[in-house]
Design a protein around this ligand. Structure first.
Ligand code: C2E
Ligand code: MG
Ligand code: MG
Ligand code: MG
Length: 291
């Protein structure tokens, strides 16, 4: 479960050493330098519309190419960046980089509607809207091509300033998505109060529903609720044909998961950005059910 893993990671790094023997102080020093040294990069994971087989969006997922330790996944350093107060700086870099890459893809004539960027709750300060606005102006990306993935922890604030900030972003033309839906502890009422466009069904619900009737019922209920609230749905972490069948039959038509692609570099992504790229694979998956 993502939240539990996050908490454990946090505690883990509060001890003096991690399992690889890297001193926490060293990690802090390295992380502070990572930005200046250009060691951060994004991998991009396709979101596939199963009706057309086309990638309609990509999620930008942060990686740290450490000079000695190699590629470090986000769960190992984002909590540390949050704790050190580096997350806004890191998040601003990420927004600019994702927008820059998106503009480049579009100039190359590649077919792609939007890029989604994860936003940490701690990054969501009073400065945030102005930062986003500046980056859009600077890079020239239309606001409608940028989606922000927010977590329930942001909605939990439920203060007037949160509502105002989300409305301001919405008014600028950005797309707002709620990530890891159902894993937080916030009240569902935020779904109607906040101007959201999309709901991402968390991987933890997708993972075992073929083995558990309860998980299956939850997925069906989430899809029904999302549809009735006119939210677009994206199912995360889809790996198997069974999951594909279940989700699409119940109305979750956009799928992000290893079934289609792991997160990949910009260069690896380019050849996939052709309308209908996944159509043949989808036909084969559909044929597989009825075999
Ligand atoms: P997330 O936003 O929920 O992103 C989805 C995660 O699920 C990604 O992990 C992705 O690689 C993984 N995933 C996607 N499909 C599958 C699948 O079929 N099977 C499996 N096993 N995993 C799948 P990743 O890249 O390790 O990122 C983990 C989390 O780190 C993200 O979860 C997000 O919360 C956070 N994160 C990543 N990049 C950023 C960033 O730029 N800023 C912030 N604040 N958080 C980020
Ligand atoms: Mg996300
Ligand atoms: Mg998620
Ligand atoms: Mg997440």
């Amino acid at each position: 479960h993502a939240k539990a893993a996050g908490k454990n990671t946090f505690l883990f790094y509060n001890s003096d050493m991690d399992s690889t023997g890297v001193d926490r102080l060293q990690l802090e020093t390295d992380l502070r330098r990572a930005l200046e040294r250009n060691e951060l990069l994004f991998h991009y994971q396709p979101q596939v519309d199963t009706r057309t087989g086309t990638i309609i969006g990509i999620e930008a997922l942060l990686r740290w190419q450490h000079p000695e330790k190699g590629m470090i996944p986000p769960f190992k350093f984002i909590p540390v960046a949050e704790e050190l107060g580096l997350i806004s700086e890191l998040g601003t870099w990420g927004l600019r980089e994702a927008c820059r890459q998106m503009v480049e893809f579009r100039k190359e004539g590649l077919s792609l509607d939007k890029v989604a960027v994860n936003v940490s709750a701690l990054q969501f300060t009073t400065q945030f809207c102005a930062t986003v606005k500046n980056i859009l102006e600077e890079t020239g990306l239309p606001a409608s091509a940028l989606e922000l993935e927010l977590t329930e922890s942001i909605m939990m604030e439920d203060s007037h300033s949160t509502v105002r900030a989300l409305q301001e972003l919405k008014a600028m033309g950005l797309r707002l998505s709620i990530d890891d839906f159902g894993t937080g502890y916030s009240s569902l009422s935020y779904l109607s109060r906040f101007p959201l466009d999309e709901l991402k069904i968390d991987r933890s619900f997708v993972i075992d529903f073929d083995k558990s009737d309860n998980d299956a019922s939850l997925v069906v209920a989430i899809i029904a609720m999302g549809r009735s609230m006119k939210l677009e749905l994206v199912a995360e972490g889809v790996e198997t044909h069974e999951q594909f069948h279940f989700l699409t039959e119940h109305g979750a038509e956009v799928i992000q998961g290893y079934l289609f692609s792991k997160p990949v570099t910009a260069d690896e992504l380019r050849p996939l950005l052709v309308p209908g790229y996944f159509l043949e694979q989808i036909h084969a998956i559909r044929a597989d059910t009825y075999a």
